[in-house]
Design a protein around this ligand. Structure first.
Ligand code: B3K
Ligand code: ZN
Length: 896
């Protein structure tokens, strides 16, 4: 039914269809094993396309009947093709009625119509709709939908679909129905239905134009005490989009539905967002501050898609970043604004914004940089793919968002808003391309963005080199910026990109110097955006009394790897003084990275490990600095992600890296015991839990202090962690204490894990944390049980199931992606286990299987011994018959 393995779909092959669809009337008779779908669509000739048949796509459907304008098809008029049906017609407009039968109970892929905990749910993006009915299932076919649902009234009392409810009613035999109408034309990937036993939290709010709208968050009855935060987040998102972009909710009703079995985070179906429970449910007893943050940002993300994705959608799936990069940028801005709003001074607001930015960049560096350096490297707008589901990537999303952010930086807030306004005025209701979007940004600002478009076509992480020369004779400082992007698969030669580089110069007193660029009248700014468009360019700053310390790429103004020659003293200086909080954090990260990589080299060579004193001083100066916001401190004192550090090693070697990380944490915990303890005791948050940035920041820093203390492992530390675990008033504290115990070699960790399991064994989301923690745990002593054996044992826990993605992501993902040193054990047992699990998942849920398979795709960065072992398991897998296109693409590219 699909494109055979190995024959990719190309962006350049795009052609509009001969026939589109104007209206669709769907009728679902929902039965567990045999759901009948009647699809009546008005197909209309596309005047802009060449002549041709009506082309319908279908996957795994049982065809019951077809009628064309009410009649049986004439002989030869209807053909079954490998991917669906083709119908020859002469008329400009015909009504095609197709009846199909599907088996939602047998659908474990969680794409199309499937069952979860007794209910029926759909997931159609990217190509799930063709698993429900025959349809031109591509995003450039936008149609108006009506939907009738019929199901057992006792089992599925709630029947939902997109848009507005027209009618409900009872039927014989205990059944009932509902009819829905979506007034907005939409692509099929935004279709959704839900039929289940759910309850809703409801709120009525008034939009900026004065319309009253109904908001609902639907969950199982037992979860109703966990939905307030999702509802609050939805209301905040609505207000933010009105205030920031003048964009209003366009429907009378907006629904969020939570489902336990879901492949990714959530889905922006028109008016009926379907969410993984993980991103809806949170109360103080079950969710951590991080869960609260995630719920807020995913609710916002899906809500923002209503304009950036639904009202204006993608012409084809190569344009995915058009909606995803832009919507990620919007949700990141929203999160930063929410944090800043809760701050009580401009400085606090800047620090709060930096905390969001740091979180964004951590994700980029630990997930996107490795992707861009591996066999799956692709531009944010790929040129080809074998399986589109493999391209919902960190590159399309996170780097895509960085590209939008650069436009925002280059054009300014107002210029960006003008571009957005123009985009909606031209393209509302259309399926468009990334060129259309950037074209609007250029037109609205009179800007030339031709060169900027290279960000859409060039893969790989650019290296930005900064070199400065101070001339004491004339008080000038010449800064030379140069760029180069290493080759990526299929793209050997790279061209210069248009890179905005935010630069500041710091004086010896630690204060920013006013910037005066040679030949420019304007002066005085402390940060300037330099636009690098060529391979290399120099800028001359004048009027300087002494050599400044440059602070380059402030706010992480471009998704690049900055190469700058800074000695330890300079990093410590910026760690203490950089006025740009992001760069201050980054200086600390760079310093830590340097220290950790040196320790890892020593560990690999069997040398004694020693943490440089100067680093300890710089670290401690921050730890005891009470003028810094705790949330920011929690970021600046946390080590860089292991996945990112592996990328930074000349030859990635997980074991010595892990030894280095453990050594550093232990040593810092030991040397600064008293300071960690003081801060720990100071940071206690009194009163009832509230999700507030100030409280969350304190809890984050407090838990981090505890982590350093238990890493060292003195009796006081373990006792503190146990007390916090026992007396915690909320999940952030309880889980923080459990994590601190598990990340130590204290025997108390086993009791804590058992107690946690006992308390939450019926709470799926909390248990996911328990699985994750054990799968990703470091081994602090040789005596500790091997992680792999524990992971295997945990698979037998009654709460674990390979068919629930959250469980797989926690336990298997936690091991494959979150525990490099244990997964890459020298005996290869981790890889054998990986082959087993990828094979099992490949049969039931290819999307999840592919995600797990990707854990090893970056194998070429490792030492030759590790490479040889991983290559062998990829080769084993490659010989399997029946690999899904999803997994086959990953394996094929990994070996190419
Ligand atoms: N658009 C969905 C992702 C769909 C993934 C399909 N494999 C969620 C989001 O980005 O908002
Ligand atoms: Zn999205």
């Amino acid at each position: 039914m699909r494109t055979p393995n190995g024959s990719p779909i190309r962006r350049e092959a795009y052609r509009p269809l001969a026939y589109g669809v104007e209206t669709v009337d769907l009728d679902f008779v929902l039965e567990a094993q045999a759901t009948l779908v009647t699809n009546r669509m008005r197909c209309v000739r596309n005047p802009d396309s060449d002549a041709g048949p009506i082309v319908l796509l279908g996957d795994g459907l049982t065809l019951v009947s077809v009628r064309i304008d009410g009649a049986e098809p004439a002989p030869g008029q209807l053909r079954e093709t490998g991917s669906g049906l083709e119908i020859d017609v002469n008329a400009d407009s015909v009504v095609v009625e197709i009846v199909t039968r599907i088996d939602p109970s047998a659908n474990l892929t969680l794409s199309g119509l499937y069952r979860s905990r007794g209910g029926y749910y759909t997931q159609c993006e990217a190509e799930g709709f063709r698993r429900i009915t025959y349809f031109p299932d591509r995003p450039d076919v936008m149609a108006r939908y009506t939907v009738r649902l019929e199901a057992d009234a006792a089992l599925c009392p709630v029947l939902l679909s997109n848009g507005n409810l027209l009618e409900t009613g009872s039927l014989p035999n205990g059944r009932h129905f509902a009819r829905w109408e979506d007034p907005f034309p939409k692509p099929s990937y935004l279709f959704a239905l839900v039929a289940a036993d759910l309850k809703a939290l409801e709120r009525r709010v008034t939009t900026m134009s004065g319309r009253e709208v109904l908001l609902q968050v639907w969950v199982e009855a037992r979860d109703l005490d966990r939905v307030d935060h999702a509802m609050e987040s939805l209301i905040h998102s609505m207000r933010w989009d009105e205030e920031t972009f003048g964009l209003e909710l366009d429907l009378d009703r907006f629904m969020i539905v939570a489902v336990s079995d879901f492949n990714m985070g959530a889905m922006e179906n028109k008016g009926l967002n379907i969410f993984n429970t993980k991103y809806v449910l949170a109360n103080p007893q079950s969710g951590t501050d991080v869960d609260y943050e995630n719920v807020e940002s995913v609710v916002a993300h899906e809500y923002f898609h209503n304009w950036t994705g639904n009202r204006v959608t993608c012409r084809d799936w190569f344009q995915l970043t058009l909606k995803e990069g832009l919507t990620v940028f919007r949700d990141q801005q929203f999160s930063a604004d929410m944090l800043a709003r809760a701050s009580d001074s401009p400085a606090a607001a800047a620090s709060a914004r930096a905390v969001t930015r740091i979180a964004n960049v951590r994700v980029l560096r630990s997930a996107q940089f490795p992707e861009d350096a591996g066999p799956m490297a692709h531009p944010i707008r790929p040129d080809s793919y074998q399986e589109i589901n493999n391209f919902y990537t960190a590159t399309v999303y996170e780097k895509g968002s960085e590209v939008i952010r650069m436009l925002h930086t280059l054009l300014g807030k107002e210029g960006f808003r003008n571009g957005m306004d123009l985009y909606f005025s031209y393209h509302d209701g259309q399926a468009v391309t990334c060129d259309d979007f950037v074209g609007c940004m250029a037109e609205a600002n009179g800007a030339d963005l031709d060169l900027f478009m290279r960000w859409y076509s060039q893969a790989g992480t650019p290296r930005l080199k900064a070199e400065g020369v101070f001339d004491a004779a004339d008080g000038s400082y010449t800064l030379t910026l140069s760029q180069r992007t290493p080759p990526t698969p299929g793209q050997a030669d790279k061209l210069p990109l248009h890179i905005p580089v935010a630069v500041g110069l710091i004086g010896a007193d630690g204060k920013d110097l006013p910037l005066q660029l040679e030949g420019e009248a304007r002066a005085g700014d402390s940060t300037r955006i330099l636009e690098l468009k060529e391979a290399s360019k120099s800028w001359r700053f004048t009027g300087l009394a002494a050599e400044p310390v440059p602070s380059i790429l402030r706010g992480f103004s471009a998704p690049v790897i900055l190469e700058v020659d800074e000695n330890d003293a300079r990093l410590a200086f910026r760690m203490a003084h950089d006025s740009d909080p992001f760069n201050r954090w980054d200086a600390a990260q760079r310093y830590m990275e340097r220290v950790i990589l040196a320790l890892a080299a020593d560990a690999a060579a069997g040398r004694q490990l020693e943490v440089p004193q100067a680093f300890g001083h710089a670290f401690r100066a921050l730890l005891v600095n009470e003028s810094l916001d705790p949330a920011f401190l929690a970021e600046i004192l946390a080590l860089p992600a292991e996945t990112y550090l592996l990328e930074c090693m000349p030859q990635a070697d997980p074991a010595p890296l892990r030894a280095a990380l453990m050594h550093l944490m232990r040593e810092l915990g030991h040397a600064m015991q008293a300071d960690f303890l003081d801060r720990y005791l100071d940071l206690e948050v009194d009163g009832d839990y509230r999700y507030h940035p100030a409280d969350a920041g304190k809890r984050a820093l407090r838990n981090l202090c505890l982590r350093y203390l238990t890493a060292w492992g003195g009796a006081t530390a373990i006792d503190l962690a146990q007390k916090q675990f026992e007396h915690a008033g909320n999940m952030t504290e309880r889980y923080g204490a459990l994590a601190a115990l598990v990340q130590s070699d204290a025997p108390a960790r086993f009791d804590a894990l058992a107690a946690f399991h006992e308390q939450y064994k019926d709470d799926a989301l909390v248990l996911d944390k328990w699985f994750l923690l054990q799968a990703s745990a470091w081994r602090w002593s040789e005596a500790a049980p091997a992680t792999l054996e524990q992971v295997r044992a945990l698979m037998d826990n009654p709460a674990f199931s390979l068919s629930n993605p959250n469980k797989v992501y926690s336990l298997l993902g936690g091991y494959f992606r979150g525990n490099a040193a244990e997964f890459h054990r020298p005996d290869g047992a981790g890889y054998a286990f990986w082959v087993e699990q990828v094979r099992a998942l490949n049969k039931s849920n290819p999307q999840v299987a592919s995600r797990m398979a990707r854990a090893l795709e970056g194998w070429r960065k490792f030492t030759p011994e590790i490479q040889a072992r991983i290559r062998a398991v990829f080769e084993t897998l490659a010989k399997d018959e029946g690999l899904s296109p999803d997994v086959a693409e990953i394996v094929g590219k990994a070996l190419a």
